[in-house]
Design a protein around this ligand. Sequence first.
Ligand SMILES: C[S@@+](CC[C@H](N)C(=O)[O-])C[C@H]1O[C@@H](n2cnc3c(N)ncnc32)[C@H](O)[C@@H]1O
Length: 225
Amino acid sequence: MLLANPARPLMKKLSLRLQTIFELVPFGYDVIWDLCCDHGYLGLMLAKEKISEQVFLIDCVPSIIENLQARLKKLPQIKNVAQAGLQDAGTIQLVEKKKQLLIISGVGGLATIELLQQIFSNNPSQEKPDLLLSPKHHLFAVRKFLISQGYQLINETLSFENSRSYENLLVSQDGELPLVDTGSIQWNIDDSQHLDYLNIQIEHNRRKQAHAIVEKYCALQVSLD
Ligand SMILES: C[S@@+](CC[C@H](N)C(=O)[O-])C[C@H]1O[C@@H](n2cnc3c(N)ncnc32)[C@H](O)[C@@H]1O
């Protein structure tokens, strides 16, 4: 049973974007992976707040991981970081028989799909883990991929920071809601930012002549009216 994690003062140190993602992470996972972690702000906060038993921080840039390891040495109170690892995120070995969550945020949507394909193919005997994704662009493609892999929705939000928009998706093989390619519970028709974001998706896909996707977003627009 996953329990919602309540707001804590330490969250203030995260940017609004990362705080939104942090708040979506439920308690109850044995292992959380912050993949492509960069400074590791999110993973460190999850570890510090003991949201799960173990947290892995993974990035493929040596200086990032060296800095993170040095910071961890100065934070002895954080005991549940299993590893700050220099690794291509696509090559991780999931921990056997543990309930785990993979977080990938701030990475392009197509790169996110590629990483997940690699992880699934490198861990064929493991149950597919829960995922918390906040990709840059190509949200329709990411959603289609997740649907094709049998994922369902636990939660989704649309957030805005510094005139950028982010769709944040928490999905699981046993989520209770259908995962919809154009989004579902994230939309708030009373919020003009949401309607603007939807228009941007329509115009962007129109320019790319992705007619089928335009039709889907237009149908959503009509349904929200
Ligand atoms: C824009 S940062 C996002 C950082 C953080 N997740 C966030 O949301 O703020 C992207 C990070 O992904 C890392 N990265 C890109 N491809 C990767 C891969 N295949 N394996 C591990 N790290 C990767 C980069 O080194 C960089 O630190």
